[in-house]
Ligand binder design. Sequence first.
Ligand code: SF4
Ligand code: SF4
Length: 382
Amino acid sequence: MACTQIPDLPLDLFGRDQVQKWIEQHVPLCGSIELDLRCNLRCLHCYRDGEWPSGIMDTDELKRVLDQVAEAGTIWMLFTGGEIFLRRDFFEIYEHARSLGLIVTLFTNATMVTETIADRLSEQVPYSIEVSLYGYSRETYEKVTGIEGSRDTCYRGVERLLERGLPVSLKTIVMRTNQHEVEDMARYAQSHGVPFKYSTMINPNFDGSLTPCNVRLNPEEAVAVDFALESRLEEYREYFELRKDMTSSRVFSCGAGSRTFHIDPYGNMKMCILLRDPEYSLRSMSFQQIWNEMFPPVYTQMRSDDHQCNSCNFFSLCDKCAAWSQMEKGDVAARVEYTCEAGHRRAAKLGFYDGPLDQSTRGLEPTNEVLLPIVNSGGCCS
Ligand code: SF4
Ligand code: SF4
């Protein structure tokens, strides 16, 4: 499915043709910025857990960076962290971004959303506020976050946003610790009439440690969760129907560096939030220089001719992600057995694959052609 690190682009706001033109013109349409790495939670699955060195951008430096971003033609900007509301100057930065015409989405855990913060957001409503839930019950939520009392402050924060009619959407990362409460979270979202989405994508930590993977589901479990809701099965089916004849030899087939970028709190610019390197400092280079000169040689990389993924039709089902490959295998082009197995299992569930499923213990025999649907009843892919 689509990358969970990039908010869905609301193409209809501008018209698909216009957006397509901007993509062809290599406009940096969509960016994300980590305002701070500090967080008030200590989640089991966090890929940013660890030391938070000093030296983050101050208010003025951040504003100057946003000036460059807007000047380069960026339309959608995501503010994320860490926890964004830990920054005392959050509203100064947010309001500056809005004054530049940027359409801003906020990622937050909502635990710091006070009445004052909710009121202030109502004065200048963001495009979207995506709140991460880590469980439904207090016990589960706090087992994930490690902070007593955080479940109630989160849900209270969500309700403050909802009371003001703000554009909230809820999401969760499904892991061993909270998988039994996904339906509860979905029902909670439904009862408030707001969208809910979930992902099973858990990567190693940025520092290379595999600790976050201790709580991730194995590929079989992850795919079972993916397809637990009938609506998700249909989404996957529609998504794959459009892509089932496609193959790609590109290392970055996701838009990282060609239409999206990321800036960390120290002013380092990268092609996406999960990609550790390359990174280039906005303290010594301009945004345009990095975007126009440094990124293109990276995002146009192709895999070697004999790479297993080149001829595989399931790349749209396997969460194929160069950053994930870099974090888990140290090589942006590497095949990750975990995601590969998940991709094949999804294809099997949709009726497009009937070969061996365990991709980690056997050599991969890429399928060069999509199998005819195994199950034809119920309108499956027919
Ligand atoms: S490299 Fe991975 S995380 Fe980064 S934008 Fe692409 S798919 Fe998303
Ligand atoms: S399913 Fe496996 S072989 Fe196919 S693109 Fe994904 S990682 Fe590569």
